[in-house]
Ligand binder design. Structure first.
Ligand SMILES: [Ca+2]
Ligand SMILES: [Ca+2]
Ligand SMILES: [Ca+2]
Ligand SMILES: [Ca+2]
Length: 471
């Protein structure tokens, strides 16, 4: 089991604007070690700084897709859509949470897997930059492979910390997948969009329905203040604050978690040995501890869903990590959209012995609700919401779609189906709703991305997911 804590620190520090000059060069180094001649040039050779890249003389892109593990589990959106979203210390807050995984893929091809298993899907194959058209730059090399941010959504799979007995069927699946939701969120480096001239959210989306029937649903983007309190108890859950070496626990249980009373003094695990003790998930509990804190839920499962009691009680919080590359766990025929199911889980994710060989699949950042690392729990929900209904055969002009590209070349075709990409350009000012009284664009410190209304699994594969700054 090998963790590279120095590398981890570098990745974490990427959230800090002051470190970004340092980071851009390190980023190249870091990922090129893992085989990244294929990067879609994330700020690399142009000499640009601050996590952005000049794309025209007066335009630059701020990357939202890197680093991929900066995206963490989202708090429940308090939009009125999801019941009890504003309740505190109440399990009902999470009753509709399903499973989501965010990960990034470039050219990486794990050893030990046949091409047919790894690449024979639009949602795991290599994407060449030519599929998305030329990237206009003011200089520097263009790399041939696009590093995509992939968001896999599983509306039938029970999300972590979802204790809704009535919402789980006798097979352990969620009973009303179209009502489920799940999402991810991240802090932003530039929060004053007026001052920095950020005017657009831009991304390419691979048609999500190339390998499945119609499964319409909705993608929502939130910009502004979204709550960091994922386990909504008014307290910061942070793995690096959990007890080590048998120290008496200076903390207490909420309805959701064991939380420390100490100030956070680190966002990295100190050593591999401390990681082994602290990598317990947002609830701060191992599976035995979960059985105690969530005993009421387990008892109800035993009484009302006895057939799945063993399954559920093995991981009561449903937060245990499994590598997509774990050949003991996944049957050989499991496809990659299935294999990522447990990738974003927070218990045991930092201890993955396979992480070193998995390049962009790193998941070892400690889990912590304080994602902007300011020592405070941001609980306000005040944000602009952008609503993007997704269905088959969308057209230019619909849903902020500005361009459609179909690529019939061999590398972009799977089982006779060519790639179809939609380019979205969403003006920041063209929001669908403003929640929590927000009325200006000068304080937008977070982004949340969530999905709902889908009835079955969907993977959103996004290329060049950027904020566009026009100077
Ligand atoms: Ca909390
Ligand atoms: Ca667990
Ligand atoms: Ca963890
Ligand atoms: Ca914070």
């Amino acid at each position: 089991m090998r963790l590279n804590f120095k590398t981890q620190t570098i990745i974490q520090s990427m959230t800090r604007p002051s470190h970004l000059l340092f980071i851009v060069s390190l980023f190249i180094l870091l990922f090129c070690v893992a085989g990244c001649e294929d990067e879609d040039n994330p700020g690399g050779d142009t000499g640009d700084t601050e996590g952005q890249q000049q794309i025209e003389s007066d335009t630059s892109a701020i990357f939202l897709y890197v680093p991929p593990d900066i995206w963490t589990l989202a708090s429940v959106p308090n939009t009125g859509e999801f019941d009890y979203a504003d309740a505190s210390n109440n399990w009902a807050t999470n009753y509709l949470r399903a499973r989501v995984t965010a990960y990034s893929t470039g050219s990486f091809h794990p050893s030990g897997f046949a091409d047919g298993n790894w690449g024979n899907s639009h949602y795991s194959r290599v994407v060449y930059a030519s599929e998305l058209g030329p990237l206009q730059t003011s200089g520097g090399a263009i790399n041939p492979i696009v590093n995509t941010l992939n968001i896999a959504y599983f509306p039938k799979e029970r999300g972590p910390y979802n204790f809704n007995v009535q919402g789980i069927d006798v097979a352990g699946k969620l009973t009303t997948p179209a009502n489920s939701w799940a999402g991810i969120q991240r802090p932003l480096d530039y929060t004053d969009f007026e001052d920095t001239g950020i005017e657009l959210i831009s991304f390419w989306l691979l048609d999500p329905f190339l390998e499945s029937g119609a499964n319409p649903g909705t993608l929502y983007l939130n910009l502004g203040r979204v709550s960091e309190d994922v386990l909504k108890d008014g307290r910061i859950s942070c793995e690096t604050n959990l007890p080590v070496n048998g120290n008496p626990a200076n903390g207490e249980n909420t309805a959701w978690a064991f939380v420390s009373n100490d100030e956070i003094d680190a966002y990295d695990f100190e050593t591999e040995a401390t990681a082994e003790q602290q990598d317990l998930g947002l609830d701060g509990l191992d599976d035995d501890g979960e059985a105690v804190l969530y005993a009421e839920f387990l008892t109800a499962i035993q009484n009302e869903r006895p057939a799945i009691y063993d399954l559920i009680s093995a991981d009561p919080a449903n937060d245990n990590y499994r590598s997509p590359f774990d050949q003991d766990y996944w049957p050989e025929a499991a496809n990659w959209t299935e294999r990522v199911l447990h990738f974003k889980q927070s218990q045991g994710n930092s201890l993955d012995p396979l992480a070193e060989q998995t390049s962009f699949w790193r998941a070892y950042r400690p889990n912590c609700e304080d994602i902007d690392q300011d020592g405070n729990l941001q609980e306000t929900e005040a944000f602009f919401e952008y609503r993007i209904p997704l269905e088959g055969n969308m057209q230019v002009g619909q849903n902020h779609i500005v361009e459609i590209r179909i690529d019939e070349s061999e590398t972009a075709t799977v089982d006779g189906v060519p790639a179809k990409w939609y380019k979205f350009e969403i003006p920041i000012e063209d929001y669908d709703h403003a929640f929590g009284g927000i009325n200006s664009f000068d304080d937008l410190p977070f982004m949340r991305v969530y999905l709902t209304d889908f009835s079955s699994q969907v993977t959103l594969r996004m290329g060049r997911f950027n904020l566009i700054r026009i100077e």
